[in-house]
Design a protein around this ligand. Structure first.
Ligand code: IPE
Ligand code: IPE
Ligand code: MG
Length: 243
């Protein structure tokens, strides 16, 4: 197995796409495809913790995914609940700090309380910051941040001129974490689909046709190899040409 390169991202964000096509190719229900997606989730968590990549953010359900048929939405909500119950002890034992980002009040109440319990239980862990985006949209995130800042302004605690990029970022869902350096999307689509719109400003974007349930350790290492090969300029001149 290829070794991961030395130059690692500090934060990886993954759009886990392709479960439906994986299921269709096997003639099984879409729900079975979503369930099969748990294996690569475990693998990515394990490897990121092992490599001491500080943060992993997984896109599990978008604001727009509410528009899918109720039976699919229902099976996904049940899967999130089951997966939380079955995985939380091991995640905690591994030292994973788990947080959820998204519009929580739209989630089933039972799921909301399990989420709160998982976050509280793992709050002191430091091996890996794991964020799961559920009912999440990048536009929602920006709007909720704007609302929070507007409330502070209205109360007199903040002046509009004090709203800087840093202050704004601190009101977003991933406050306190470095922006993702690497975004991976499986399933072959080359788009962001309303994921972390603000935070992906300078992420390296890696797209693979591999369907999420098939995403394996070698695929993750390939994405890390891609990341290591990029020269990140952040708008400046290439390192070699700056002399
Ligand atoms: C990603 O897989 C999971 C969610 C969006 C919840 P899809 O269900 O979008 O799978 P495809 O894209 O239809 O294959
Ligand atoms: C993006 O996948 C959302 C998640 C993986 C959770 P979608 O399947 O919803 O994205 P589109 O519809 O192809 O853009
Ligand atoms: Mg999809």
């Amino acid at each position: 197995m290829a070794q991961p390169p030395a130059n690692l991202p500090r934060h990886i964000a993954i759009t886990m796409d392709g479960n439906g096509r994986w299921a269709a190719a096997r003639g099984v229900l879409r729900a079975a495809g979503h369930k099969a997606g748990l294996k690569p989730v475990r693998m990515c968590i394990e490897e990121c913790a092992q490599l001491r990549i500080g943060a992993l953010t997984l896109f599990a359900f978008s604001s727009e995914n509410w528009g899918r048929p109720p039976e699919e939405v229902g099976s996904l909500m049940s899967l999130f609940l089951e997966a939380l119950d079955s995985e939380i002890a091991e995640l905690h034992a591994k030292g994973v700090r788990m947080r959820f980002i998204g519009e929580r009040r739209t989630l089933p109440v039972r799921l909301q309380s399990r989420i709160a319990a998982a976050e509280a239980r793992t709050a002191g862990n430091t091996a890996l910051n794991l964020q799961v985006a559920v009912s999440y949209g990048g536009r929602w995130d920006i709007v909720q941040a704007a609302q929070a800042l507007a409330r502070e302004c209205a109360s007199g605690a903040l002046r509009a001129e004090e709203i800087s990029e840093a202050r704004f970022a601190a009101a977003l869902s991933l406050a306190g974490l470095p922006d993702p350096d690497l975004h991976i999307r499986t399933g072959g689509e080359h788009r962001i689909s309303n994921f972390l719109l603000w935070q992906l400003a300078y992420a390296e974007l890696y797209f693979t046709p591999r369907l999420w349930p098939d995403f394996a350790l070698a695929d993750l290492h390939e994405a890390l190899g891609f990341f290591a090969s990029r020269e990140r300029r952040f708008g400046r001149r290439p390192a070699a040409a700056s002399a």
